[in-house]
Design a protein around this ligand. Structure first.
Ligand SMILES: Cc1cc2nc3c(=O)[nH]c(=O)nc-3n(C[C@H](O)[C@H](O)[C@H](O)COP(=O)(O)OP(=O)(O)OC[C@H]3O[C@@H](n4cnc5c(N)ncnc54)[C@H](O)[C@@H]3O)c2cc1C
Length: 276
């Protein structure tokens, strides 16, 4: 049972008590289109940022970073965005791809409709963190395995995160356990010690590492979305429709909830919506 729990917790990014059955079944359907047993079965050479750089490089407009939207005001002829810097900019239409918790931080004038606000608020954001452990050498390769592991211990899941030089093992930890690790004053040392208890050959090879916390990241407020119990029936139809000239996209508005495929699916849906 722990293995089933571990496998689907990894896909959903949170403890399974928080996941609705219908939403989970929707996600499970996507397994049926895959040859292997894995939902996260492909890796980008060079890391996921390589995909973003390639996409950004193909755009005609420059991508502006560090522009935090705080207020969205729309009238009959357009939409004005106000940024944290107090500067404003006017557009015919806007597509907002902010994660749900971040959307809740934005002021809308006029306010979003009640059903949209409820759908945004009810959409779950998964509690997940990563701990990266940097080793002197890839002891897991020497021991004859690829670094992928699911365990009933508190480190939950590992895989080889080596990119270029150095040997890195990534731990991916979800749910209540993620919060426990955030309270740990030395997560890297403790995680290394937990691994060394099972794999003594790793002892003494740990050079350092780091922790990444999406839960408290103000521009994510969670790793990615999931569908809590009753969400599909009560709220899912309301997350997608535009409100006037303001359109909504991002993985939380897609059938492929929680995955890059969902973000891309939502882009394909929203472009005709805007250009219609
Ligand atoms: C640990 C982890 C592991 C994952 N593993 C996989 C995987 O194996 N396979 C997979 O397919 N997917 C995976 N994902 C999920 C994948 O990253 C997301 O589904 C995808 O990035 C969603 O894209 P998006 O554009 O909808 O949202 P995001 O990528 O979250 O983009 C939202 C953007 O909005 C910005 N933003 C927030 N607030 C504001 C504001 N007020 N003003 C302006 N901008 C703002 C944020 O900075 C961010 O750039 C993983 C995610 C995490 C965290």
């Amino acid at each position: 049972l722990w293995w089933v729990n571990s496998k689907y917790r990894s896909d959903e990014g949170d403890d399974l008590e928080r996941i609705g059955l219908l939403g989970w079944l929707g996600g499970f359907m996507h397994y049926l289109d895959r040859e292997g047993d894995e939902l996260s079965s492909h890796r980008f050479p060079g890391g996921t940022s390589a995909l973003c750089s390639l996409m950004a490089g193909s755009l005609r407009q420059e991508v502006r970073f560090g522009q935090v939207v705080r207020r969205v005001t729309q009238d009959a002829s357009g939409v004005t965005l106000q940024f944290e810097s107090e500067s404003t900019e006017r557009f015919d239409r806007v597509v907002l791809t902010l994660p749900p918790r971040c959307l809740e931080d934005v002021v809308f004038e006029p306010p979003l409709g009640a059903s949209k606000r409820c759908a945004v608020e009810a959409c779950g954001m998964s509690r997940a963190i990563k701990i990266a452990l940097r080793y002197e050498r890839a002891w897991w390769t020497e021991a004859g395995w690829g670094g992928s592991l699911q365990t009933d211990q508190s480190i939950q899941q590992t895989w080889d995160g080596t990119l270029g030089e150095g040997a890195v093992l990534n731990l991916y930890i979800c749910g209540d356990e993620a919060l426990n690790w955030l309270r740990n004053p030395d997560p890297v040392g403790s995680a290394g010690a937990e691994l060394a208890a099972t794999y003594p050959e790793s002892g003494g090879l740990l050079l350092g590492g780091g922790i990444h916390d999406w839960i408290n990241d103000p521009y994510a407020r969670g790793a990615f979305s999931h569908l809590p119990p009753r969400y599909v029936l009560d709220h899912m139809p309301d997350i997608v429709p535009p409100e006037g000239r303001v359109h909504f996209a991002g993985e939380h508005t897609a059938n492929w909830v929680g995955f890059i495929e969902g973000a891309l699916e939502s882009a394909e849906r929203v472009v005709p919506e805007v250009t219609r």
